[in-house]
Design a protein around this ligand. Structure first.
Ligand code: NCD
Length: 319
């Protein structure tokens, strides 16, 4: 088994074999969760702290459930009402937490790079649950597992990522993961929501949905990240839906068996038509949520193994 990292901060530094190791384990956890098989021993005796500086429902509950299914003691810190609001710096918060000796720290933060910084200050395994516009590794991994299960493989697929690329950490992590696994990635967005120089990532760039969706295997829609916009990115939501919203007509340009994905939360009628989102023959949005728990179980399991091995090595040196 190959997965040597101490933290899961992003996709950028993961090797394809590490990605495969993680997805294989997550696949097993997904099957066993369906069968009701418990694994309370895996994280038994370990403390997991979820620190969400940005609001989140699905990601936080997914990490919480994953930890509980593996037997961790899970604590949620609501950072929106914490000392951070009283002026405490991120580093001070980290040092305070570190003194409580957590084993797994799950962090979401509005600033790109904040989670990497925090990981340098603590003695436990850190998982990035989304930092600014930077990375959201477990989202890309759960998307990859969903694709692999639906398509039977995770290479040589044509995958379109559509919408607000500019503000999306989900897009960034997915572009890196899907590229590492040798897929063809197409990005479709209005010029105002497409960062410049994206071709350097080995992707194809499109402004027109119908052109970009031509014969793709996977259509991944992104939420319009209004909270990260300071106005002026789109003329109106109605106009945006008309040109970039996924409806049956635009989807008809993709392959007949193309799957539709969305990381959630969705803006129905803005980036996606509600009927497409609910179409069980095309949409795998609910499977993404299911795979999210499995991927987070796998990530925490692998990091905990490495953490235990590191601590055992330190104890041996000390003796
Ligand atoms: C994503 C996020 O937070 O980056 N959502 C999520 O993890 N559930 C995408 C989004 O907010 O649009």
């Amino acid at each position: 088994m190959t997965f040597n990292a101490a933290h899961l901060l992003g996709i950028e530094h993961l090797h394809p074999t590490e990605i495969t190791t993680l997805l294989d384990l997550a696949d097993r956890y997904a099957e066993e969760s369906r069968q009701g098989i418990q694994h309370k021993d895996v994280l038994a005796g370990l403390t997991q702290i979820n620190m969400f500086f940005e609001n989140s429902t699905r990601t936080q509950s997914s990490f919480e459930l994953a930890g509980k299914r593996l037997g961790a003691d899970v604590m949620n810190m609501s950072m929106a009402t914490s000392s951070v609001k009283k002026g405490e710096t991120l580093i001070d918060t980290a040092l305070t937490l570190n003194a409580m000796h957590p084993d797994l720290l799950v962090v979401r933060h509005g600033a790109s790079g904040a989670v990497d910084l925090l990981a340098q200050k603590v003695n436990c395994a850190v998982l990035n649950a989304g930092d600014g516009r930077h990375e959201h590794p477990t989202q890309a991994l759960l998307d990859a597992l969903t694709i692999r299960r639906a398509k039977g493989r995770l290479h040589r697929l044509s995958i379109a990522i559509c919408g607000d690329i500019a503000h999306s950490r989900v897009a960034r992590s997915n572009i890196m993961l899907l590229g590492k696994m040798e897929n063809r990635v197409r990005l479709i967005a209005p010029p105002t929501l497409m960062p410049s120089g994206m071709q350097e990532f080995g992707v194809e760039v499109f402004e027109d949905m119908r052109e970009g969706l031509q014969d793709v295997d996977v259509v991944m829609m992104l939420r319009l990240q209004k909270e990260r916009m300071d106005g002026g990115f789109i003329p109106s939501e109605r106009e945006y839906f008309h040109r970039y919203g996924l409806d049956a007509e635009k989807l008809s340009y993709a392959k007949d068996d193309a799957i539709v994905m969305h990381p959630g939360p969705m803006n129905r009628g803005v980036e996606i038509d509600g009927t497409i989102a609910d179409d069980i023959n095309r949409s795998v949005i609910q499977t993404q949520v299911e795979m999210g728990v499995a991927v987070r179980m796998a990530a925490m399991d692998l990091l905990a193994r490495n953490l235990r091995a590191k601590r055992a090595a330190q104890t041996n040196v000390a003796v």
